[in-house]
Design a binder for this molecule. Sequence first.
Ligand code: ADP
Ligand code: ASP
Ligand code: MG
Length: 411
Amino acid sequence: MPTLVMKFGGTSVANLDRIRRAAKRVGVEVAKGYDVIVIVSAMSGKTNELVGWVDETSPLYDAREYDAVVSSGENVTAGLMALTLQEMDIPARSWQGWQVPLKTNSAHSQARIEEIPTHNINTKFGEGMKVAVVAGFQGISPEGRITTLGRGGSDTTAVAFAAAFDAERCDIYTDVDGVYTTDPRICAKARKLDRIAFEEMLELASLGAKVLQTRSVELAMRYNVKLRVLSSFEEQSDEAGTLVCDEEEIMESNVVAGVAYSRDEVQMTLRSVADRPGVAATIFGTLSNAGVNVDMIVQDISEEGRTNMTFSLPADQVSRAEKAMASIKGTEINYQNLVTDTEVAKVSVVGIGMRSQSGVAAKMFKVLSNEGINIKVITTSEIKISVLVDRKYMELAVQALHDAFDLDKAA
Ligand code: ADP
Ligand code: ASP
Ligand code: MG
């Protein structure tokens, strides 16, 4: 039988009615003759609630216990989805990550999938099961402990299953009807794309467009999974949604394909750091050992042997970073003080066209300056430009850039 993977995100399984609606969509595919693997998220808001409980109990928590708690939301929806399908006379069974077993490494709260043996689930398909409902976001470490794959990780579970089971397609059902030029929730002119290149999607995701988890796009690219994003709230045809595909499969595209933003950024500045060889290595080595993922970095011009070192990091790693920096305060780094600015956001423009067209950065900076938005930090790569700005200007920046690069119009 051909296999299809269908993933339903939090809002698509937010209550029993929505689970029933999703189950009906699954029923349509079963009727077409597919063996279906359904990946479910926790009900919307559930994972946030669980994370909140962990933070409140233990701010510098043990990541193994964090995973034990936050993985639980998916267990509930997996069981409920299987029951709903059974009520519709569709033979279904639920699977938690460890039962598959979805094997990961031991990087708790950010684990990577290492292997998905297909034997257990295939045996059940062979015995007449039509739908395997798998709890997304979770796996099991070599030590036998529950792991999670990072926020939004059910997307990655879905793509990894599609690759392991050689599925015909991986459909990601969510609360928007596809991938847009920017988040339609903050820009009314955002335009739905019929297709987007893997590389552009990868950048948009890693720069904050949470419609797909970054790792899921990486896996789809590597294993050539046919990946589609579509709405669980509308009747769907086979052409619905957005197909994430190779660059060659897209006829026309804008220089800038999309604008992404990330609200969860924090800027830290170490003031008056000794400017000597090895200082950056100590600072960023210490942060890395503390599990902090530094993103943007700028070092000021040094004066009288001292400089300022500014960097950005994800908001949920601030306590860890502060603790790490405190641990080197008295060493040869000998900085004066640490300033943390939590009111910043990152805004990025992304497009494969930037490889061959210059002037995008200049235009971006001009647009922001016309709006009176000050740029705090800049980083660029071949197909993206990111800036850090005051958070209060984030939406304005996204909208102004969307307008300036004519993203509301197709190429
Ligand atoms: P799910 O719970 O289904 O996994 P998410 O909330 O993780 O859904 O992702 C869907 C959300 O991603 C949308 O509601 C939208 O606000 C946001 N989003 C951000 N950028 C984009 C974009 N470029 N295109 C579509 N949605 C986007
Ligand atoms: N429930 C998890 C989260 O909210 C995983 C997911 O939905 O993809 O991050
Ligand atoms: Mg998601």
